[in-house]
Structure formats: C-alpha cells, structure tokens
Design a protein around this ligand. Structure first.
Ligand code: FE
Length: 369
C-alpha cells in the first residue's frame, strides 16, 4: 500500500500523548510485579532502557510494545529495517504493564504492535480489545492454524516446548514419561517447579485440563505439590540451576532457557526429556504478535509480522533465540537438532487463554503456590 493510501486511512484527530502523561505511565510500568516478568526480567536486561523517545507515529516507523528480551529480538528487527527502510521503535517491558499502557492509551497509543510470549497473554490482550483482527494469506500459509487466533487478532511467531528436565547422575530417561507421572510418590522430595503465578504453568495446566479433565488434572497438581523438594521458583533458569546444584532431580521448564544455559555452559549437568511422547505430545506454546487496536499503521505493521513469519526470520529465531520455528520445514540450529525430534501436543493454543481462569483456580485449590 502506498504512503498516501495509508495516510487516507488515518484518523486525522489522532493526538500524541502529552509527555507528562506518558512519563507517568512509564513510572507506573516500573512498578511491575516480578511474577509477571517475561524474558526481559529473567534475562536481567534493563527493562526501561528502550522506552525513551518511543513516540514513532509516522508510517515509516513501527512502534512495538515488546516483552521479549531486546538482545534477542533486535537483530531480527534491524534486518527488517535494512531490507525495507522502515524504522522500528522498541518499547520493552513485561506483558502486564504493557497491556495496562495499551488500555490507558486507547486510540492515542503510539504502539502499532504487541510482541509477547505465551498464547495465554495474547488471548488476554485480544479479550481486552487491545488488538485488531487482520486477514493475511501470508500468515495463513506460514503459521499453522493451531498457532493463530481463529479471529485473526494474533499469531504465533516461534515455538517453545515446556518439558521435563532431569539430573542424569540420579535419574535415567527411562524413569521419565509424562507431566502426570511427576505426581507419582516416587518423586517425593525430588521435584522442582516454577511458581503457578507464571502464565507458562497456567497454560500447561490448561492443556492438561483439556486433555484429562478437571478432576484428574487437580489430582496431578496436588501430587506435584506433595513431591516438591523446595519452595517454587520465580523463574525457569533458577529452577534449572537447582537441578544442576543437586537440590532436586526433576523439573519442568521452557526449552530455550536450557538452550541459552548450554550456550554459556556447554557442560551444564542437566538433561532434557520430551514429555508425553506416548500420549498427547510435549506441551508447546508460542511467542507471537498482534496489531494494536489503536495503531496508526496497521498495514505496515502486518507487513512486519508477515516478515517475522518468513523463512529468513524463522531461521533467526532458531539460531539466536533457541526457539523452534513456527513455520514448518525451516532448518533448526545444530543445538535444537541435538535434542532429537519430538511429538508436539496438537492442541490449539487459544485453549490456553480460554481455560486460563479455570487453570489458575485449580492450581490455587490444589495448593500450588
Ligand atoms: Fe520465558
């Protein structure tokens, strides 16, 4: 679409928020609860560093509210700018504060795109009216339907597996099987888990509710709680390090954290096990994006999202991010290939959003902190 055509679509009354109000919102965003922190907080990067000057409103600048680690996502966006001349402004924070800002800013938001992790978060953003539906034959071709919103408000851009990790000096792979098996008394005092407050675990439990029903899932979650070696962890990396330190023998984490740990420490003494291979397949979730409801430039924003689903960008996700491509047939990195092929759970990820409230209630009832 030409610039003039885009301009014709713009609402001429759109105002830029006064600096003082915007500054106030940045202050509010700084008060985020650590339990909502995504990759940014976990990786220890400066969440506010990218916030300055994030007021791009012309059509050649796309402003992204992103909860992704800036170091991981920026190389992809720089490549897009090189190829198209379109500038990208990144506003990096945790998902909760970013969604609160989108809500407060409404049609006056400088944001064009929300880039975040977990279908549970994207589903919530759509539910709150923060995103707009798009129709894209490119996304339909590149991203399997189970990783997209049926109403077109968000799409997956990368995959992450949430699976079982273990201490190979104490556990052999043939002792492991399913998430449900981690509730067996044989793991008493040997299991480490991240907090149930994290959306990743809410989505995992939502998938179990869909497959196994509420009663069975509650029984399993109670078993997990009974088997805990120690208090729940605030993040996946601390949990994996606890396995490495001998504090527990098994745990559940996202695959890319393990990949990044192996990058830093090739001898990291923890092994990966693909859960549920003989049943429903390993739980996979997405990182993804949607066009913000108040975007000035929905067409340009969709083009960038489409580019992120292209072969080139999908290959970069696998190499720099340690995530799996969402597009089929893309070559994975040597590291990801070394973990071996695995069957993925076939569930539509929108279910994680639909069942999120029930999953939170179930975990609370089962005593999972
Ligand atoms: Fe994460």
């Amino acid at each position: 679409m030409s610039l003039s055509a885009i301009s014709a679509n713009l609402t001429s009354t759109k105002l830029i928020l006064p600096v003082a109000v915007f500054g106030m919102m940045l202050g509010l965003a700084g008060c985020s609860n650590s339990s909502t922190t995504e990759e940014t907080g976990e990786a220890g990067t400066e969440e506010q560093a990218a916030n300055d000057g994030a007021t791009g409103t012309d059509e050649q600048t796309i402003t992204i509210y992103s909860s992704r680690n800036e170091q991981l996502i920026k190389p992809l966006l720089d490549r897009y700018t090189e190829q198209t001349g379109v500038k990208v402004e990144l506003v990096t924070d945790s998902t909760g504060p970013l969604m609160a800002r989108l809500k407060a800013e409404g049609q006056n938001t400088p944001a064009d795109m929300l880039l975040t992790v977990d279908a549970g978060n994207l589903w919530q953003a759509a539910e709150q009216g923060l995103l707009q539906p798009v129709s894209s034959t490119v996304l339909e071709a590149n991203v399997p339907a189970k990783y997209r919103d049926p109403k077109g408000q968000w799409t997956g851009l990368s995959l992450r597996a949430r699976t079982i990790f273990y201490d190979p000096s104490k556990v052999s792979a043939d002792q492991l099987s399913t998430y449900a098996d981690l509730a067996d008394p044989k793991w008493k005092g040997k299991l480490c888990l991240r907090t149930s407050k994290k959306v990743y675990n809410q989505s995992l439990v939502a998938s179990m509710m869909e497959h196994l029903g509420e009663d069975k899932t509650e029984e399993i979650v109670r078993g997990w709680v009974d088997n805990l070696a120690t208090d729940v962890f605030s993040d996946d990396v601390a949990m994996l390090e606890a396995i490495a330190a001998g504090q527990c023998e098994v745990g559940v984490a996202n695959s890319y954290y393990y990949g990044r740990l192996l990058d830093e420490k090739p001898d990291f003494p923890v092994s990966i096990f693909w859960a549920n291979q003989d049943t429903t397949g390993t739980h996979v979730n997405i990182s993804g994006a949607g066009v913000v409801a108040g975007s000035d430039n929905p067409d340009g924003t969709l083009k960038l999202i489409e580019w992120l689903s292209s072969d080139e960008a999908q290959g970069l996700y696998a190499s720099s991010d340690k995530e799996f491509p969402v597009k089929e047939g893309i070559d994975e990195s040597d590291l990801l290939r070394s973990w071996g092929p695995f069957n993925k759970d076939d569930i539509s990820v929108q279910k994680f959003g639909e069942l999120q409230t029930q999953a939170i209630q179930l975990m609370d009832k089962a005593g999972y902190k």
